[in-house]
Design a binder for this molecule. Structure first.
Ligand code: ADP
Length: 400
């Protein structure tokens, strides 16, 4: 077996996703998830050779212990030797990191400093880096930042209409997230249209639990809907997306909410969950809408789709041509209902849905879902892990 596989790690506060990937063709040798970390219920699930294994993680139930389980599995199957490097997904690179970066002590210190912008994510990413360094002390570790693709945004797109010194002194600006996914699907869309990415302009909609829309001009991100935090923009699974900021003062001053309660409400109790009053899961809402005619489910789907359509339409202001729009993420890749609803709001952009193609392009199948002669809308299954593997490999194999 070749020894150029990349182990891709995506570390959350109580989870760790991993895949062992061939960077040249995206082949995934092994993948899995450790979850409920830092609790006695911590488990690791590993998918390898078409088989799924699950086992408990022993004390201290942490990321380090999860990586040890993974290392044991890898060595039992003689896979350690085929790993050439570790690629880490790191959420916030601020303005410092716009490229894949070889991790060293200074880089770790900067990721830690940037935790003030991503207090939930960057510390978890650092935990993963430390655990991987301990487990693979001789392998290079590379950080791929979720904000990096959007660092190409012009100032007019990333400055908020608030006092400029808040940007200069505290870094309060729009950064955007899901960059690796938007980049991957734009690259795939360009291939589908047989054009170089540098000559393509797209609007991509990454619709999963978190959702964002990005305007991509000549292959570069020029605007995106997520902001300084992943709360801005379109409505999501449990996050509100844009609201009138005055609502926050109203809740605090008139309705006696604490700031923590407002935070929880906007991040965890809003979006599809808040409007439907049923679930944050799009499948549950679609079932309630289709089978029970549930009015709250219908409303949640309407608000969700209308807001995404408005966001897509608004991003035409950032472009001079539009080769097509792209749907990706769990909802974008699978929900024909959501795609149809969004496209039907965008009649002025000349999308004519191909009903059969909209139904068949699901569950990992990518393709065009609008009729020839109308504007292209493409469904593309995202693969952030492959981008992380590819960029890690390229960084380590650059010509000096
Ligand atoms: P995350 O942002 O956590 O990575 P995903 O990209 O996996 O999330 O997306 C999760 C969302 O995708 C959920 O709302 C889920 O209901 C939705 N989803 C997955 N499959 C389908 C489907 N067949 N139809 C509609 N929605 C789906």
């Amino acid at each position: 077996m070749k020894n150029n596989f990349i182990l891709v790690l995506n570390c959350g506060s109580s989870s760790l996703k991993f895949s062992l990937i061939n960077p040249e063709n995206g082949e995934t040798l092994l993948s899995g998830l450790a979850e409920r970390l830092l609790s006695e219920q911590a488990i690791i699930k590993i998918k390898h050779n078409g088989k799924k294994e699950q086992q408990s993680i022993s004390s201290p139930f942490d990321h380090q212990a999860a990586i040890q389980c993974l290392v044991t599995h890898l060595s039992e199957h003689q896979l350690i030797a085929c790993i050439s490097a570790i690629g880490h997904r790191v959420v916030h690179g601020g303005e410092t990191y716009y490229q894949p970066t070889l991790i060293n002590t200074d880089v770790k210190a900067t990721i830690e400093k940037l935790a003030r912008l991503a207090p939930l994510h960057n510390p978890a990413n650092l935990t993963g880096i430390s655990a991987a360094e301990a487990a693979f002390p001789t392998l290079p570790q590379v950080a791929i930042f979720d904000t990096a693709f959007h660092q190409a945004m012009p100032e007019k797109a990333f400055i908020y209409g608030i006092p400029y010194k808040l940007y200069k002194e505290h870094g309060i600006r729009r950064y955007g997230f899901h960059g690796t996914s938007h980049y991957f699907v734009a690259q795939q869309a360009a291939k589908m249209l047989h054009k170089p990415l540098e000559q393509c302009s797209f609007i991509s909609a990454h619709l999963g639990n978190g959702c964002s829309v990005a305007a991509i001009k000549d292959g570069k991100s020029v605007d995106t809907s997520l902001g300084m935090t992943p709360l801005e923009g379109v409505m999501m699974g449990t996050r509100s997306g844009d609201v009138d900021p005055g609502i926050i003062f109203h809740l605090v001053n008139q309705l006696n909410y604490t700031v923590e309660e407002v935070d929880t409400m906007l991040n965890k109790q809003s979006g599809l969950l808040g409007v439907s009053q049923l679930s944050n899961d799009c499948r549950t809402i679609e079932t309630a809408y289709l089978e029970d005619n549930n009015p709250q489910a219908a409303l949640a789907l309407d608000v969700f789709c209308y807001r995404i359509a408005k966001s897509i339409a608004s991003f035409t202001a950032s472009l001079t041509q539009l080769d097509g729009i792209i749907f990706t993420g769990g909802i974008g890749e699978n929900s024909d209902i959501i795609r149809e609803k969004i496209l039907s709001q965008l009649i002025l952009l000349n999308f004519k849905i191909d009903v059969d193609a909209n139904i068949t392009n699901r569950f990992g199948k990518s393709g065009r879902i609008t009729l020839e002669g109308s504007r292209a809308a493409l469904v593309i299954a995202t693969n952030e892990e492959w981008v992380i593997a590819e960029q890690t490999f390229e960084l380590l194999n650059q010509e000096p």
